[in-house]
Design a protein. Structure first.
Length: 367
């Protein structure tokens, strides 16, 4: 038998059988609460189990109330949210225990209900007031990022209270916080590629989202950013080089002759030397692009930076030419050409793929 597995199962069983009493004595009130509550639910609890359930819950409530009282003194909303979450957990524990026992924690529940109401109101007021301040300041200063922050504050406020006023404020922030970007792309010295560039880059409009509206080659009102993608160079270059040029010779059997002697008649090989040559030429098409990204910022809502980059895309094919006697040629060359110059992709196909790569790079950089 697998003794490691047996040991693991034994440990699990021992942990599962740990009594509420042992957990309580070790000060692990959470575990004591869980295990004693489990026994109470299964109706297998002893009087001692019920006493441990009560005492462990009492101590948990006391510890949690102390932490809640400490956290609610903070002005940090994160601390207040933590306190509210702890209130909910404590309420749940008391409610679970009350379903199965006659334990009395009514005073604690009343206090927790009061704290829940108080913390909920404080958090609502915080996010509502913060959102209102950011909305007004953002609108006054034409700061759309601040208006977006206001929207998120209003969204958080709805977690604690929903009102028509909040709905209205969210709608205002959602309208005023949109950043407008227009993109235009072209090839300065290769006008023939403009159609393919437009076809590829017009997909940038799909990058629009809740607070971003992207247009391509249009003239929207009050645009915040204008991005000009300029292909300074966009061309395909054909290159070739000889990568192998060698002569080979091989001694081989060229014929057989009949020989007769006292032992009989037999065929014996006639050896000779054969000669051959190999010329390997590598054809390569290289698509090259140099791109400048020019940014025109019309206000402080445009925080994009200009950049430039170069990209190349290569396709190559090997042409093997054999002359002379093929039997002199090494096996690695006997397969002949892997293709010809005509097997290279068309210039347009290569440029199309390169433009796609540049577009993806552009999107990663700006969106």
């Amino acid at each position: 038998m697998n003794y490691q597995l047996l040991t693991f199962i034994t440990i699990v069983l021992l942990l599962g059988c740990a009594s509420p009493k042992k957990s309580f004595e070790k000060g692990n009130y959470e575990q004591a609460y869980k295990s004693s509550l489990k026994k109470v639910k299964s109706k297998k609890a002893t009087r001692q189990d019920k006493e441990i359930l009560y005492e462990s819950l009492r101590r948990i409530v006391a510890e949690n109330m102390e932490e809640i009282n400490f956290l609610e003194q903070s002005k940090n909303p994160k601390e207040l949210e933590k306190a509210l979450k702890l209130v909910g957990k404590t309420q749940k524990k008391i409610s679970e225990a009350k379903r199965y026992t006659s334990l009395k924690f009514d005073e604690n529940l009343l206090e927790l209900d009061d704290k829940e109401a108080e913390l909920t109101q404080v958090l609502f007021d915080h996010y509502f007031d913060s959102g209102l301040f950011r909305l007004k300041t953002g609108e006054r200063n034409n700061d759309k990022f601040l208006i977006q922050d206001a929207y998120h504050d209003f969204r958080k406020a709805t977690k604690y209270q929903e009102t028509e006023k909040l709905d209205s404020l969210q709608a205002v922030a959602l309208e005023l916080g949109v950043i407008y970007i227009n993109v235009d792309a072209s090839a300065t010295f290769n006008l023939g590629s403009d159609w393919e560039i437009d076809r590829t880059f017009e997909d940038v409009e799909s990058r629009s989202n809740q607070f971003l509206e992207v247009t391509y080659s249009s003239f929207p009102k009050d645009v915040d950013c204008e991005i000009a993608v300029r292909f300074r160079d966009l061309d395909v270059v054909l290159d070739d080089e000889i990568t192998e040029q060698n002569d080979y010779e091989q001694r081989i059997i060229v014929d057989y002759e009949t020989v007769s002697d006292t032992t009989g008649t037999r065929e014996e090989p006639i050896y000779g030397t054969v000669y051959g040559s190999v010329l390997v030429r590598l054809y390569r098409k290289i698509a090259v692009a140099d791109v400048d990204i020019d940014i025109r910022s019309n206000n402080n809502n445009c925080q994009l930076r200009e950049t430039s980059f170069s990209r190349t895309l290569e396709a190559e094919i090997e042409d093997v030419t054999i002359s002379g006697d093929e039997r002199a040629i090494p096996n690695e060359f006997r397969r002949g050409s892997s293709g010809s110059l005509n097997d290279l992709p068309d210039d347009d196909d290569l440029l199309e793929e390169l433009i796609e790569e540049i577009y993806e790079e552009f999107v990663r950089e700006y969106f």
